[in-house]
Each structure stands twice: as structure tokens, then as C-alpha cells.
Write a protein that binds this ligand. Sequence first.
Ligand code: PEP
Length: 246
Amino acid sequence: MFVAANWKMNLDKKSILEFTKSLHKFKFSNQINTCIFPPMTYIDYLHNLINNLPISVGGQNCHYKSSGAFTGEVSANFLKDTGCEYVLVGHSERRIMNYENNDEIKSRAQTAINSNLKVILCVGEKLTDREEGKALEYIEKQINDCLPNNFKDLFIAYEPIWSIGTGKIPSAFEIQEMHSHIKKIVFRISNKYINVLYGGSVNTENIKEILKITNVDGVLVGGASLKAKDFLAIYSAAVKHLDTSS
Ligand code: PEP
């Protein structure tokens, strides 16, 4: 079970310090993998603050080259070097606002893997694809195009674009259907079983129901991960889910 927190371009040094004070008072479970993705500039700061806790730190993106003349970019090697264990690749905000295409995303994932980072590859359809009944087809193409050739520690986050930050989430059937579709596609391509996280408007209210859905192996949380209280409530719901389902 995975609980990942994507802070995006939020939380400064002062608020990160406050956040981590709550983490230090909390009793974590060894059944849950958890990773926080802070802004790039605070990776080292956060990593040092939570070094003794069972929480990993990750980068929100990495470049597809390991070094070179790429002003303003961050290399997977640097993320690894600064304490990251994970990296998000192909987030829809990067695809839309930074025009990252599938080819590039595949290269970013491959570069991250070569730097021994664990990758969370994000995929998700637009509302029109969903409404036109093309969501499964759209995700299949994204995975075919973006899945790196050799991988060991790779997760897929299914994040419908229309669900991110909107409060709207797909039905339990749609999530289950898509997660099972993703697992089948990845198995067909790579002969590997993959864990699939759901992302998109996950919060303290809906987490319990989302975790009950078949083939949901965890969650990627944006907005609701910005307050320690909510993040820890989501984490606790995941622990409770495992306790009741075992
Ligand atoms: C995200 O952007 O990865 C995300 C899941 O955002 P939110 O939870 O705010 O919808």
C-alpha cells in the first residue's frame, strides 16, 4: 500500500518545518510505503528533517538527460544525490503546461531508472476522452508510448485530468476497470506485475471508499496532502484499510 503526497509548487521552508513537527509526533506503520514530493528547492531540507522517519522523499520531475546544457532543469542523478528515492514522471500538469510528450516522458522515466530512482509514471485521460468512451484506449496508448524498456521499481498513477483538483472522481467501477486495464497492458508488454495508484481529488472524506476498490494499490494525493493533519488522516485510513482487509 502506497500513500504519496505531491506538494506541487506549495509550502515554503516555514510551513515544511511545521508540517514535519506533526510527522514526528505520529506513529508510522511499516505496512505502508510513503513518499512526499516537495518543491525541488526543498528536497534536501525536507530530507534532513525526516531522515529518521519511514518516509521517502521524491522529485516532482527529472530531465531526460543526465547532465548538460539544460538551464533550469534537474537531473535524475541530482535527485538521487540529494536523497530522493522516487520521482514523478509524466504528471498531467507537466504534459499540459510544459508540453511534455510521451517520447520525452519515456526518456525521463528511463533516465530516472538508470539513476536508481523508483518511478511513478502518471497517466490520465481528458474529460472528452472519458465522455466519448475512449478512456481505456487513450491510457493504453499512453502506456505503450511511455513505459520504459527495463524497469524494476515502477508504479503507475492513474490520474484522470478532469479529476485533479476538481473534487470530481470517477466511479468505483471506472477506477477498478482502468486499474485492471493498466495492469494487463503492463503485464502484456513487460511480463511484470505493477502496482497502480489512484490520484485525483483524494481527500479525508473519500479515501476509505477509494481504498476499497479492487486493484487500487495506493493513492497519489495533491491538495489534501498540504496539511499534515489531512495527510496523516489519509495515511491512517490506509493503515486501517490494511488492518480490516487482512
Ligand atoms: C495530483 O496533482 O497529483 C493530484 C492528485 O492532485 P489533487 O489530489 O489535488 O487532485
